[in-house]
Design a binder for this molecule. Structure first.
Ligand code: FE
Length: 295
């Protein structure tokens, strides 16, 4: 009797390496803007990724005083440090070491994100995730996820996977919500190679995906014979073709893997407002100036 073997999974290849651009934002916070607006279409539904990391309080001490947002979500992942959050919808919380803050700005919030430390390392990421047109004017929502609430899976090869959103194998992420359906279906994994190892994750070919290396150096395994390095502080955009991503890292390497279903809607951005049309942006500015972001 003949047997038919299952075809091997095709790995996603590395499409582009991005270095990011040094900038300052808020009250002079030094950061690297990794995902910039020229990648809005390519990485739909993701709008921005900022990486910050410094042990010099002059680089972060000013924090992000009161500023507005409308039309999208911000996901802040704190690797080290403490940041106090307050917003006009009455939410407040402390984001620290390994915790995540997931905020849906919806129709509008004014918030501040201020360091609660005068020394030591402040390190983390802020990702901007777009909302579909139907949800852009939803009520603001937010959740603080403490580090202990983030499920961690240790693979047989010695890779520790922190599941922030989406799922790794049978473990679903800390981020759960029921307030509206969730078309961007975001996968957000923080992958720690505790020893020299490989890691695989299935990815829907329709979903846009990238990795970001924040410790050591990773490799995207494209085929049994070929791999491409994604070195420290680089984002690797993954080609959509293929059913999985396969990574290799030496002990100590840490990588974020982020993927989501694109919205395929027009994107109009003016600073902290992200809508679908220019008219909606004008409305956002007018509403803000008229004090409508404050209940
Ligand atoms: Fe903000």
């Amino acid at each position: 009797m003949t047997t038919i073997t299952t075809p091997a999974l095709i790995n996603r290849r590395l499409e582009q390496l991005i270095e990011g651009r040094a900038t300052r934002d808020g009250d002079g916070v030094k950061l690297t803007r990794v995902l910039t607006s020229d990648l809005h279409q390519r990485l739909d539904p993701f709008l921005m990724l900022d990486q910050f990391g410094s042990d010099d309080p002059k680089d972060y001490g000013g924090g992000f005083p009161d500023h507005p947002h409308r039309g999208f979500e911000t996901i802040t992942y704190m690797i080290a440090g403490r940041m106090r959050h307050q917003d006009s919808a009455g939410h407040h919380g402390l984001l620290q070491n390994g915790g995540v803050q997931w905020m849906t700005a919806g129709k509008g919030v004014i918030h501040s994100e201020m360091p609660e430390q005068e020394a030591g390392v402040m390190e983390g990421f802020q990702l901007w995730l777009n909302l579909p047109a139907k949800d852009k004017m939803c009520a603001p929502w937010y959740r603080d996820i403490q580090s202990e609430e983030i499920p961690e899976v240790m693979t047989a090869q010695g890779v520790c996977v922190r599941v922030i959103s989406g799922a790794y194998q049978n473990t679903s992420g800390a981020m759960k919500r029921s307030h509206h359906d969730y078309p961007t279906d975001t996968l957000y994994l923080d992958i720690h190679f505790e020893q020299d190892a490989q890691f695989e994750q299935m990815l829907n070919p329709q979903y846009n995906a990238f990795i970001y290396t924040y410790r050591g150096a990773a490799e995207v395994i494209e085929s049994p014979k070929q791999s491409q390095a994604v070195t420290l502080h680089r984002m690797g955009i993954l080609h959509n073709e293929g059913q999985q991503v396969q990574l290799r890292g030496k002990a100590g390497t840490r990588v974020l893997l982020i993927a989501g279903r694109p919205l395929h809607e027009p994107i109009a951005q003016y600073g902290p407002f992200v809508m679908n049309t220019r008219a909606e942006l004008m409305q956002a500015v007018e509403d803000f100036n008229n004090g409508l972001f404050t209940p």
